[in-house]
Design a protein. Structure first.
Length: 205
């Protein structure tokens, strides 16, 4: 099995966050690299979106997050990786977990396409729903609204980059909506492997 590679989305200007992320990445025992995030605080720039399809109106900071994840997903295709882990630079490894990042793919249920590595559940999404426990994973009908860290297959990365190149909603809402698709096979780990660290949001500063 190909070793799992980690792509970490990190704002170059946020030095403290980046150094924190590097420290955490080194602890995983996996290969990793940084993806320079798009800083939506500087405005829309060349980012393309259709705000009319999103009720509350899209923010350039949400677009920056969206297209930063697109960069990471595209890197999976560029490297022709069967799967990879994508994390944001404010993630932190949880202590005392039963399963580390190195083991997630090895233990993943057959047919998976997306596995969330964090928790939060209904704290972030009242429509969040677990359907069935399969080993150390839960099949989800709707995921929580957070993209702190997840495993993803090349197949899913290809679908996202080809069919959702035009942003119509924030990336976490897109994932939550796609998780209703039965063939998508969205899971989350039974016990969170990572959690957010208190750096503050650059999406809603």
């Amino acid at each position: 099995m190909t070793e799992t590679h980690i792509f970490c989305i990190s704002l170059e200007a946020e030095r403290e966050r980046r150094l924190h992320a590097i420290t955490e990445l080194k602890k995983t025992g996996l290969s990793w690299e940084l993806i320079d995030a798009i800083d939506g605080r500087k405005g829309w720039g060349d980012m393309k979106a259709d705000p009319s399809r999103w009720g509350p109106g899209l923010k350039p900071t949400e677009a920056g997050c969206y297209f930063s994840h697109m960069k990471a997903l595209q890197r999976i295709l560029d490297y022709d990786l069967p799967h990879a882990i994508i994390v944001e630079d404010d993630f932190g490894l949880e202590l005392g977990v039963r399963m580390g990042m190195q083991e997630v793919i090895k233990r993943a249920p057959k047919g998976w396409n997306h596995i969330q590595l964090h928790g939060t559940g209904r704290d972030w999404n009242p429509n969040y729903k677990r359907i069935e426990k399969r080993g150390e994973f839960w099949l989800c009908d709707e995921t929580t609204l957070l993209t702190l860290g997840y495993c993803v297959t090349k197949k899913f990365a290809k679908i996202i980059t080809e069919k959702h190149a035009l942003m119509t909603m924030p990336i976490d809402h897109l994932f939550a909506r796609l998780s209703h698709w039965p063939a998508a096979q969205f899971y989350e780990v039974d016990s969170p492997i990572i959690g957010p660290r208190p750096f503050g949001s650059v999406i809603c500063p």
